[in-house]
Design a protein around this ligand. Structure first.
Ligand SMILES: [Zn+2]
Ligand SMILES: [Zn+2]
Length: 127
């Protein structure tokens, strides 16, 4: 037995490496919650087998991170390939949204330059 922080709620609990071997380090309460979440998700997927992560998340309220964890651990099988977020410009994997931070900032700068051009401002006007 060792004291561990729960991966899900951060609470300290008694982690039993033998009993929980191979499992995620989550506390008993969260383990129950996860089972409930998984049940919701499996029931939804039984009705809508072709739903994607986003739809499942919206319909069940289970977070996408959690859904990815279920899939990774093998407790959830989805028919559609897992859709990861990718930057629409450079294709880099991102946490959320449609653009990575770099491309986003480039575009934002670009927009500003566009705006200035449209207004026909001179450099001196900005300073
Ligand atoms: Zn917990
Ligand atoms: Zn990018």
């Amino acid at each position: 037995m060792s004291l561990q922080n729960c991966d899900r709620c951060g609470k300290i609990f008694n982690y039993n490496p033998i009993e929980n071997a191979g499992n995620e380090k989550i506390c008993p309460e969260c383990a129950i919650e996860e089972k409930k979440d998984l049940k919701k998700v499996t029931e939804y997927l039984r009705k809508y087998p072709l739903a994607n992560i986003m739809e499942v998340h919206e319909a069940t309220g289970v977070s996408q991170a959690m859904l990815f964890r279920f899939i990774k651990s093998g407790s959830l099988k989805m028919r559609k390939p897992v859709e990861e977020f990718k930057c629409r410009i450079c294709g880099k994997s991102i946490q959320k949204g449609t653009l990575c931070a770099e491309c986003k900032s480039k575009i934002e700068k670009g927009f500003d330059a566009e705006k200035l051009k449209n207004k026909k401002m001179k450099k001196t006007d900005i300073i």
